[in-house]
Design a binder for this molecule. Sequence first.
Ligand SMILES: Cc1ncc(COP(=O)(O)O)c(C=O)c1O
Length: 393
Amino acid sequence: MSATYLMPTYNRQPISFNRGSGSWLYTKDETPYLDALTGIAVCGLGHCHPKVTEAIQQQAATLVHTSNLFGIDWQERAGEALCHAAQMDSVFFANSGTEANEAALKLARLYANQQGFKRPKGIVMEHSFHGRTLLSLSATANPKAREGFYTLDEDFIRVPFGDIAAIEQAAQDHDDICAVFVEPIQGEGGLNTAANGFTYLEQLQAVCDSHNWLFMLDEVQTGNGRTGKYFAYQHSNARPDVLTTAKGLGNGFPVGACMVRGRANGLFGAGSHGSTYGGTPLASRVVHSVYEVLADGSIMDNAVTEGQFIRESMVDALGQYGVSARGAGMMIGIALPEEMDCSSLVDRARDEQKLIINVTGSHVIRLLPPLNMSRNESSQVVERLVNLLKPSF
Ligand SMILES: Cc1ncc(COP(=O)(O)O)c(C=O)c1O
């Protein structure tokens, strides 16, 4: 690529796409690439889903923005739909995952403030990722993302993901904890699931309830059908006090949401939080269109079936070489033997197999395909991955 005026915040791959449709991305010369990444878990309904495109087109021609100084009919409708899907009481619309999380973390501070805490702490996890604004970044574990930013480390206690005993220990060691903030499955940090699966969330809620802490879930990546339920926590009997989401919420249109329930409801009042853009008529109508496509559950059922198919097929083909699979629905981790050099896998998958993937945690292939991928396309994901990997064993 020639000289660029863009700040070098990303190591970009030497390719760009001209258009997308369903599970496929196309370069200018119309070469098709099978997309098992969907813009990092964003286009869950596939690229340019007709219902979402129609919503964008119609609303763009009607009214794009008025500000939150006025009633916004589509925001009301999207809010009702989303709270219904998430079983939450009310929602604040933001423009990204990190902003949704910033709202959640600010809520935790208000909650603590109400109880007279001077400088409360939140419990977060090793290998977590919550975004790039300063409070979200401080909750994030990734050392590369944090380096040099004077993160607010005194505000957080970090414990191993999946380790309830470590949280009980923190409760004994500190009397100023106000919340636990956790991803149901860790996406950026290696596609990590807790050893006891979603039961972990029930245990977390029980600890939070017993200490009167807020139980807060970051479903920025796991939400909107990605794991086969509308929200991943719905695989369990747990109920969060605060729930954030983004990514699949707008299927590529930038939007985020922070939802609250019960004791977390009513903490924000007029003027205590806000966003010029949050929940514009355009963004809200898009959110509503995504909800309408997901609501009957069939696409989430497809995510369960196809995700299971991909995981099982990969283990059938390569389990003998030490390859294992994890995740839920269409949030899939294919763990390769630790000694395997995975540094060129993303490039080779793209160039040799015309398959778009991601590698996380050094040796885990991360697949985030569209939730509505067909069996034929899922089979192609498996076939292309096996073709890529088999010669290395
Ligand atoms: C779990 C989680 N939280 C927060 C974020 C940040 O979202 P955004 O990039 O939209 O700010 C991400 C992004 O990868 C994420 O995976």
